[in-house]
Design a protein. Structure first.
Length: 276
């Protein structure tokens, strides 16, 4: 099914149609999960999407719509039953150093320091840490973590632990950063601060980011574009460009008429399904 979406001018465009400037491209993605009862569950149904190089895209949708499944497929952690994912023109067939992933929990190794945690991907990948030391220190500086290299996870706040997780995902200089509700476990005030921190890190690194969130305000605040998914089986029902200047400041952006308009549109889609 080719679902119509709206671009910034209100013109109809095909969701996920092939793009020559896409870093990551999904075509006809189908994912089916078996169940104990023997009745398969269709999680994703012929889903198409494209993300441009350097773009920050946020995915929103009802619980159980397949957002996390989609992210796992993009990360090469699972395989689709039909369709293809490509990254920089190459088919995704498994985990890759070109893709960094940040989950809801920081999942830091408690017996390792911050420096040891963020350099785990380098050691696992067989890279010499001294060849990347300057780049890693620069990432720590960008994330506001310089001076905490010798601290252990238990000595850090939840927000700082998530910043360590983000740096860890970036240490191998991936083309794509995937984030699955990275701030969902944080309190509202810390989450707002982390949104600002993530925007700052993204503006400095200009990595391509795909972020899953249940927060509409978070999606509009962070995203260049918000992709709205339907209830299961997951399909894309709307792609909305966010034309708000950067850097964005929460106190100003949340009350901006454009933010309010987009948030209202997304909320209508989530409450009413495939709204016109």
């Amino acid at each position: 099914m080719n679902v119509a979406t709206l671009d910034t001018r209100g013109a109809a465009v095909a969701a996920g149609s092939a793009r020559s400037d896409a870093l990551i491209q999904a075509r006809g993605i189908v994912k089916i999960y078996p169940t104990v009862s023997g009745e398969p569950v269709l999680a994703l149904d012929h889903l198409d999407m494209a993300v441009r190089d350097g773009e920050f895209v946020c995915l929103v949708g009802p619980s159980g719509c397949g957002k996390s499944t989609l992210l796992r497929l993009m990360a090469g952690l699972d395989r689709a039953d039909a369709g293809t994912f490509t990254l920089a023109g190459q088919r995704i067939d498994g985990p890759s150093a070109e893709v960094g992933v940040v989950f809801q929990q920081a999942t830091l190794l408690p017996w390792l320091t911050v420096w040891q945690n963020v350099t785990v991907p380098l050691r696992v990948g067989g890279h010499r840490i001294d060849n990347r030391e300057g780049a890693v220190r620069d990432l720590l500086r960008i994330a506001g973590l310089l001076g905490f290299e010798n601290k252990y996870p238990y000595e850090l706040s939840g927000g700082m632990q998530q910043r360590v997780a983000i740096v860890r995902a970036l240490t191998r200089d991936p083309k794509l950063l995937l984030m699955d509700e990275p701030f969902g476990a944080l309190d509202a005030l810390t989450r707002e601060k982390m949104n600002a921190e993530l925007q700052r890190i993204w503006l400095a690194s200009r990595k391509t980011v795909v972020l899953i969130t249940h927060s509409i305000d978070e999606a509009v605040f962070l995203g260049d574009r918000v992709i709205v998914m339907s209830a299961r089986p997951g399909r894309i029902i709307r792609e909305i460009a966010v034309n708000l200047p950067r850097p964005r400041i929460a106190a100003e952006t949340f009350g901006h008429p454009e933010h309010v308009k987009i948030a209202r549109e997304i909320r209508g889609l989530l409450e009413g399904g495939d709204a016109p």
